[in-house]
Design a protein around this ligand. Sequence first.
Ligand code: CA
Length: 227
Amino acid sequence: MPPYDGREMADTILVVEDDPNIGSLVRTYLARDGYEVVWCRSGEQALAELPRHPVRLVVLDIGLPGIDGFEVLRRLGRRLPVIVLTARDEVADRVAGLELGADDYVPKPFSPRELTARIRAVLRRADGPSAPELLTLGPLSIDRAAREARVAGREVELTQREFDLLEYLVRNAGRVVGRDELLDEVWGFLSPGQTRTVEVHVAQLRKKLGHPELIRTLRGIGYKAIA
Ligand code: CA
């Protein structure tokens, strides 16, 4: 084996999908995009394979033989970025998946291009641009490595999405950030326009922080984090 060089390692994606057609399609496209793919047909197999590979991200079907995708998510315990594959219009599945720590979901049927775009967006967020590990804004401090946010020393419980949103706003403190930019950078959506999603998350974030003045709304334009 050649000497290990992290920069030249292809990112490994663990695909958990029991449908042979979808699984092989996903594997083909991801391999074409330069990813290493480990394809598992069940949740049990995925959990067994996980420690044997340098997995960067999991693509997880919900409907699986044996334990289902939700149980796999629970057992992963937010260790890795996860993109959930859901049956179309299964809103309850999406919400449950996101609450269990999934980073994104892709409804079936999906185009392989859509999936690879979501994967790139999630990995980009997981890598983060080069920025200091500790960000502060007034009473707020964010530890990017530990993924912890504190207000006046008290830890604030945030979902992954809320954390990513807060981190992005604080990293761009003092600058007006548009809703479409947030959708693109934090959600990884290809098409802008779902601004209501952003509004709901910002409102929730303000409530949790207990300092609504830290995130200002510029009506019709976007948001600005400011101390
Ligand atoms: Ca399935």
